[in-house]
Design a protein around this ligand. Structure first.
Ligand code: AMP
Ligand code: MG
Length: 496
């Protein structure tokens, strides 16, 4: 039924622990991502919802599954924990999708594992829906991320601060290898383990690097490049991951673990939503610095493989860390240049122009997503030339998003002068990179509250809306709007 082709289970025993999902009382399907299942070549066309619920709750194991929990360590808010591992996640196995990419299929919340410590191995409905929505929103935005294959109610309660409905989330990932997976072996002084893992990751994610002069250094460099690029893309849509612990950062470059993550409404670079991030370690603006810090932790793990001479190894690793900063800057500039309509060769002063807009947005408490979308409309109106009223309306609508708006007003002539030197059609480019719609916090909350009361329709609507965020679709206009003050969500919470 699933064309399993498992590779992680073939790694030495110390990498994982075999464990079966624990059956649940009353599985009920919440959502099944049929188009994704098709891409994964899962043969589920004949399966009815009861059958899907049985499979995706873990009650029925598809033939060929070799369920296991992966071992990993990690720095949590800067503190090293030598043994974390999949405490509430079970990898069913891997399939090779229609594009030839190997994908993990994992059940999150399917019962305890040897890594559960004091946890119950379960997940509550709210965090499951949040992860479903945000995974699919990222996919819609075109940002690398794990995907949502299904969500199932277990028919059982989970004890958190109160008893909540339990659910299982089915996640698809290019792999679940994290920086923390490397740390698990490195912290034990197990260089063989680190090497085995590095070889596995090269084979699975970076096969071209086998030919490199120093494949392990090339691996560090490649992971670093993907993280720098990924974080620049996050910033470009106002995304705050919220828990960039080393165990929550993949080496594939996919966004993973959507716990207390959130998209910015009004722009504030120091914004933090997560209730557990009291110091603001993972604030919006801190994300690139943390990304580099995490890569430094990966570099430490790989040092023994980089060069027999420790000094040379450190020097090589430092080169990669330095390049992270440069790469991030270049990626950030590229992302934000496009957001304001610049696609051609960068010019001196482009960075300042972008900063001028961001500074106006910060001071004017402007909504991040709406600002760029309104600027897009203004670029389109400017280009269309003829109708002065359309242009003035677009400009007024842009400026109305700022209070005060004087900085934004001063930005416009500078921006227009810069776009005058662009060959292409700025507005069309901007429409492709500035989403009309993000998974706004208050809409996620609303979907969760309704689902807890038995109404899945806001969740369904939101998932449908975030799938195609760059197209203006009148039926979803309400979801594009910023929260009113009383709707504003100030805190988000982890699933645990
Ligand atoms: P996370 O917050 O999802 O990144 O998880 C951090 C660590 O805590 C991982 O090792 C998880 O497997 C573990 N964990 C989180 N929630 C639970 C739970 N309900 N039961 C067991 N382990 C958990
Ligand atoms: Mg995690």
């Amino acid at each position: 039924m699933f064309p399993f082709d498992n590779s992680y289970a073939r790694l030495p025993e110390k990498f994982h622990s075999a464990v079966y999902p624990e059956a649940v009382k009353g599985p009920v399907l919440i959502k099944f991502n049929a188009p994704l299942a098709k891409k994964l070549k899962l043969d589920l066309d004949e399966a009815d919802t009861a059958r899907l619920a049985a499979i995706f709750s873990g009650n029925v194991l598809p033939p060929g599954a070799e369920p296991l929990a992966m071992a990993y360590a990690g720095h949590q808010f800067g503190n090293f924990v030598p043994r974390l591992g999949d405490g509430r996640a079970i990898l069913l196995g891997e399939v090779v999708d229609e594009t030839g990419v190997r994908r993990d299929i994992q059940l999150k919340g399917a019962g305890p594992t040897p890594f559960s410590r004091r946890g119950d191995g379960r997940a509550a409905l709210g965090p499951v829906l949040r992860e479903y929505i945000v995974s699919e929103a990222m996919a819609g935005l075109g940002i690398p991320a794990t995907r949502a294959l299904a969500a199932v109610l277990t028919g059982e309660g989970v004890q958190r601060e109160t008893v909540l409905p339990g659910a299982v989330f089915v996640r698809v990932a290019a792999s679940h290898v994290r920086i923390g997976t490397f740390q698990y072996f490195a912290a034990q002084g197990d260089t063989d383990g680190v090497r085995t893992l590095a070889d596995y990751v090269i084979e699975r994610h970076y096969p071209a690097l086998k030919q490199a002069d120093n494949p392990y250094l090339a691996l560090l460099d490649a992971v670093s490049a993907r993280q720098a690029e990924l974080i620049a893309r996050w910033l470009g849509v106002g995304f705050i991951h919220g828990v960039m612990n080393t165990d929550n950062m993949t080496v594939s470059g996919e966004t993973i673990d959507f716990g207390p993550c959130a998209f910015l409404d009004d722009y504030d670079p120091m914004k933090v939503f997560s209730s557990i991030d009291q110091q603001g370690r993972y604030a919006y603006r801190n994300q690139p610095g943390i990304g580099q810090w995490n890569i430094a932790r990966l570099a430490e793990c790989l040092l023994p493989l980089l060069d027999a001479d420790e000094e040379k190894a450190v020097e090589a690793a430092n080169g990669v860390l330095k390049a992270f900063g440069e790469r991030f800057q270049a990626a950030w500039l590229s992302v934000f240049s496009q957001k304001i309509g610049i696609a051609g060769a960068p010019e001196e002063g482009d960075g300042e122009l972008i900063q001028a807009l961001l500074s106006a947005m910060h001071e004017g408490r402007a909504d991040f997503t709406l600002t760029f979308r309104r600027l897009t409309k203004l670029a389109l109106a400017d280009a269309q030339g003829g109708d002065e009223k359309v242009r003035l309306d677009a400009e007024a609508s842009f400026l109305e998003g700022f209070a005060p708006w004087d900085k934004a007003e001063r930005f416009l002539p500078l921006w227009r002068a810069r776009l005058a030197r662009e060959a292409g059609d700025a507005g069309t480019l901007m429409r492709r990179v500035n989403p009309a719609l993000i998974a706004r916090n208050h809409r996620i909350e609303e979907a969760i509250v309704a689902a807890m009361a038995g109404d899945l329709s806001p969740f369904e609507t939101l998932v449908a809306a975030v799938a195609d965020p760059y197209t203006d679709r009148p039926e979803f206009t309400a979801l594009t709007q910023a929260p009113r003050d009383e709707e504003r969500v100030l805190r988000t919470f982890c699933g645990t």
